[in-house]
Design a protein around this ligand. Sequence first.
Ligand SMILES: NC(=O)c1ccc[n+]([C@@H]2O[C@H](COP(=O)([O-])OP(=O)(O)OC[C@H]3O[C@@H](n4cnc5c(N)ncnc54)[C@H](O)[C@@H]3O)[C@@H](O)[C@H]2O)c1
Length: 431
Amino acid sequence: MTNMSKSGKRTAASKNSKPIRVGVIGVGRGQSFAAGATDLVGMKLVALCDTWKEKLDDAGKKYGVSTYTDYDKFLEHDMDAVVLANYFHEHAPFAIKALAASKHVMSETSCNATLAEGVELCRAVEKSGKIYMLAENYPYTKFNLEMQRLYRTGEIGQVAYAEGEYNHPGEPDWTNSISVGLNHWRNWNPPSYYCTHALAPLMCITDTMPLSVNGLSITAPEVSDALPRQCDPGIAMLCRMDNGAVFRIFGLWLPGHSNWYRVHGTRGAMETTRGPGYFGPEQVRVWHDHWDCPAGTPKERTYVPDWPEHGDLANKAGHGGGDFWTNFEFANAIRSGKQPYLNVYRGVAMSSVGILAWKSALADGAPFAVPDFRKEKSRKAFENDHWSPHPSHAAPGQSQPPPSIRGIFKLKQDAIAKARKVWAKQGYKGE
Ligand SMILES: NC(=O)c1ccc[n+]([C@@H]2O[C@H](COP(=O)([O-])OP(=O)(O)OC[C@H]3O[C@@H](n4cnc5c(N)ncnc54)[C@H](O)[C@@H]3O)[C@@H](O)[C@H]2O)c1
């Protein structure tokens, strides 16, 4: 899953190599990348971009770098790579522009918000010859890296069934503080679209690709009506993978935080123990049936794994160390000239699972095939598929799919009033 040196270790930047000059767009989540672009990974932050001037100025002062409110001007800055932490549903057009400007690109959660964007993005990466990486950090937690290592030893055989859960509810004021404005992407994003934190670790552990998906959306008006949100709070998805395995994927903001992964192979099973996820203790449980236990291997064991390497650096980073590894893998890919494991094809495939699962949810769980984005023949059929529930993707005169199986419903006035108070405190002046 990563670029390995001959010793099998991940290669770190040598002290003498020239730092990779990075610019970050979006100073919310983007600040994790800004803070992590240091000599520890052979990177140097040189510029920041955001349209929210006050927040941008604060961040610019904090990091002492150039700031831009205009993305095109930002792309003219002398730099090698761009990290996209702008709006979730707008990453693809920003990536395509950066690639055309000869920059390497690392994109936050979700590469594409429509299938047409997925096709265009794959073509843009191929044309540019630049590195493109999906900044999925959940495959890089200590327990998921350990499950990946263990799977590759063959101890549990071939994956037949797996489960991935990323369910992240939040206290209403906090949720509103990260979803600023009635049209903010978080208030319109169907729950399936945020599937990569649940799906990516399983794909990385088992080295499989999705072939088809079914989605059943979960409504819970008691939960969602407390917020000014048009979207459903949960979804369960079933993915058929390219080795025949079935993965069950669950999210996204139903009560009861959960972040768990489980893999059943043909010769045993493993999982992260159900607990507080990457908040620790990060335990992995491996078990075999008594009639099928390899000689010298315990029938069952539960342990706290160690980092494969660079634990001192990973322990200091957010999201269970994942925020260190994404910068590290991106820098290594640029230095080696080889696309990272989380390349454009895997990134677009998992982002498209989210889109297709929503098409499925609106068709009460009907199966939808996931195109093979590596092949022009397979992806061409989707080059004009602009289907999207996000209001900013609306074409004039065209009706849009809703982000809830309840359809577009009237938001509760008290939920809007509470949210507006939170947004006003943040200096937000829009809708
Ligand atoms: N991997 C993780 O653990 C993790 C955690 C949080 C967020 N994220 C992802 O990071 C991305 C950003 O998340 P966020 O919470 O910071 O979202 P956000 O909506 O709060 O922030 C996006 C920022 O981008 C700026 N922006 C939007 N359009 C712009 C434009 N055209 N030009 C310049 N700036 C622009 C906005 O002003 C805002 O400050 C999303 O894709 C999200 O899914 C990932």
